[in-house]
Design a protein around this ligand. Structure first.
Ligand code: NAP
Length: 230
């Protein structure tokens, strides 16, 4: 019997996460659409159709992460693809010298620690898949190469930390493929209407890494299917 392919996407109620979940479902993945808001998550599941299932998951809340992992374990026996997509840029993220600690902490908790703790919680099911992959949605803003230009400092710091989380997880999980991706500048609530890329095209590159790229690729940072510098 063919083994069912299973994926889980965080922050999948809208934007890039929703589109990646939709495209994976179209490739016959059983997709766990996770979101912190139940109504929005369930509406996304309805739009995607029969291959999608909802799981409530707030990536900043350890109890929520653990509950989601337990819930997942009652419904599935393995996880092929984990996509740590949920991310934020907080209001007023524009002044590295004066930004409030709470804003930095919320950004770090969501964008860097969230993916780490979610991965920790789902490792038992990732280990049960024949070939599993973890994909962290990072950003060019996290690249150290080229320096900083003052844009969204807390966000950029959190994405640099996420890149480091990726390298650490790749080393700790040598049988898996663990990578991070910059999706480009994408038209979503976060990217805004002036962004260069539409969400469908951006998601295609992420789905490539989830479903087509060599599983031997690990500990790397990609944009548009090409490795980029840290
Ligand atoms: P978006 O439309 O704002 O979507 C962000 C998603 O993350 C939403 O589903 C949001 O849920 C969810 N989220 C935020 N905090 C969460 C939490 N604590 N727990 C669970 N879910 C949470 O943004 P997007 O453009 O699709 O961004 C997706 C990823 O791509 C992010 O990691 C972002 O940093 C990255 N990225 C985007 C761009 C771009 O140009 N758009 C560029 C580079 C990188 P709610 O609806 O509940 O808020």
């Amino acid at each position: 019997m063919k083994t069912e392919k299973i994926a889980l996407v965080t922050g999948a109620n809208k934007g890039i996460g929703f589109e990646v979940a939709r495209q994976l479902a179209a490739r016959d993945y059983r997709v766990f659409v996770t979101a912190r808001k139940e109504a929005a998550g369930k509406a996304a599941v309805k739009k995607i159709g029969r291959k999608a299932e909802f799981l409530k998951l707030d990536v900043t809340d350890r109890a929520s992460i653990n509950a989601a992992a337990q819930d997942f374990g009652r419904q599935a026996a393995h996880l092929d693809v984990l996509i740590n997509n949920a991310g934020i840029i907080v209001e007023g993220d524009d002044a590295v010298l004066s930004m409030a600690a709470a804003q930095f902490e919320e950004t770090m908790r969501t964008n860097a620690l969230g993916p780490l703790f979610v991965t920790q919680a789902f490792v038992p099911w990732l280990k049960k898949a024949r070939q599993s992959r973890v994909i962290n949605i990072s950003s060019g803003g996290g690249q150290l190469d080229g320096g900083a230009d003052g844009w969204a400092p807390a966000y950029c710091i959190s994405k640099t930390a996420l890149n480091s989380v990726t390298v650490q997880l790749a080393a700790a999980l040598p049988k898996m493929s663990v990578n991070c991706v910059c999706p480009g500048w994408v038209k979503t609530d976060m990217g805004g209407a002036n962004a260069r890329e539409n969400v469908e095209d951006a998601a295609v590159d992420l789905v490539w890494l989830a479903d087509e790229a060599s599983p031997k690729l690990t500990g790397k940072f990609f944009r548009h299917r090409e490795e980029i510098s840290w």
